[in-house]
Design a protein around this ligand. Structure first.
Ligand code: GLA
Length: 364
């Protein structure tokens, strides 16, 4: 990557606003947000920074440092090209809300891995909206920014996502878990169990079916809620209440109901061992009932779950590939990550450790 290039060199001017937003990892509460349920994400150190200035002509100019790609667009044009569709989506949702957006130069740099389930898209949306808030002095609070980012993703990137990722990117910090009620948007910062830290590993399996499989799961949950006569699956708390549903709606609904219960138990200040058990149960439920795991993810989770110092592990994010998260004893994340990675990659996988960030280490 050519890290020498910056806004000034690409656009021949200094930026007028700059903003950043982090990626996120979700500890518990997967596929619950579009069921009005509970989620428990935290921000990760990796983040996206957007620098913005006014364009000297009638076009938007978007540059991505990671992709080394520039997209030039007339202000009324559409695009479905990668990073620029998220940027344009943010502009469009503000325009729809009555805001005039002038032609812009936008420079994007990001350390959030793309396609690992750590919300690189939400980080991009939140950073862009924060940048526009500062450039144009917009009256938007952090919740509104998350809501606009979600709209941009649904309407312009085509994923019928819930609100978790944008809320996490906009409101979470790496020191806390963000307990979020996705129906009311009530939220609370909670701590990890004492003497624990987080390890995030990439399975190296690309999330190829994520878009279509995700939208299908969402439709199944809506059908299940309708058949049960409730507004959303969040309104069911007893897992046996879903047993009359036909398959696969029964298993989809059972995952959502049990997953919400797991989140609500985890935030009661349970010890690390119990928190870990809840994570393990979440993975089993995502694999067997929700069917969003793949063999590579199952293998990585299995290796983690059977390593000393790991309290629990599960896939994180939408699934179909991407990353796993583990709760481990304080100070152990790096060594556990390295030994599990060695084993996993010796089986012809291409995994990686994502959190803690390892590149801060001195080269010896
Ligand atoms: C993706 C979506 C979120 C959420 C998760 C699964 O990350 O963007 O809204 O549904 O999948 O929990």
């Amino acid at each position: 990557m050519n890290t020498q290039v910056d806004f000034q060199q690409i656009f021949n001017a200094a930026p007028q606003a700059e903003a950043s937003a982090p990626g996120r990892v979700n500890l518990l509460g997967e596929h619950t947000d579009y069921n009005d349920g509970f989620v428990l994400p935290t921000a990760i150190p990796q983040h996206t920074t957007v620098s913005i200035g006014f364009s000297p002509n009638q076009n938007h100019h978007f540059y991505s440092l990671e992709l080394q790609e520039q997209i030039d667009l007339e202000t009324t044009a559409d695009t479905d090209e990668g990073f620029s569709s998220y940027l344009l989506g943010c502009i469009r949702v503000l325009e729809k809300a009555g805001q005039q957006i002038p032609p812009l130069n936008v420079f994007v740099v990001s350390t959030v891995p793309i396609g690992s389930g750590l919300s690189s898209s939400a980080a991009l949306e939140v950073a862009m909206l924060r940048g526009l808030r500062s450039l144009l002095d917009l009256n938007l609070d952090d919740v509104k920014i998350a809501q606009l980012g979600q709209k941009a993703e649904i309407q312009y990137a085509g994923v019928q996502c819930g609100i978790m990722d944008q809320m996490a990117s906009s409101l979470a910090d790496p020191q806390h878990l963000l307990l979020l009620d996705t129906r009311t948007l009530d939220r609370q910062l909670v701590r990890l169990p004492d003497d624990t830290e987080i390890l995030v590993m990439d399975s190296g399996i690309p999330r190829t079916l994520a878009g279509s499989g995700y939208n299908q799961r969402r439709a199944e949950c809506e059908a299940a809620a309708q058949q049960l006569g409730v507004k959303a699956l969040r309104d069911i708390t007893d897992p046996t209440a879903v047993e009359a549903l036909p398959e696969p709606l029964l298993r989809r609904a059972r995952h959502v109901v049990t997953e919400n219960n797991r989140v609500l138990e985890a935030i009661q200040g349970v010890p690390a061992e119990r928190f870990g058990e809840l994570m393990n149960a979440s993975h089993t439920s995502l694999r067997d009932d929700y069917e969003v795991s793949v063999p590579g993810l199952d293998r990585l989770v299995d290796l983690l779950q059977h390593t000393a110092g790991v309290f629990g592990a599960r896939l994180t994010g939408a699934g179909f590939g991407g990353a796993c998260v583990a709760l481990v004893a304080t100070g152990k994340a790096k060594t556990i990550g390295q030994s599990v990675l060695e084993r996993y990659n010796s089986e012809a996988h291409q995994g990686a450790i994502l959190v803690p960030e390892l590149d801060a280490e001195p080269i010896v």
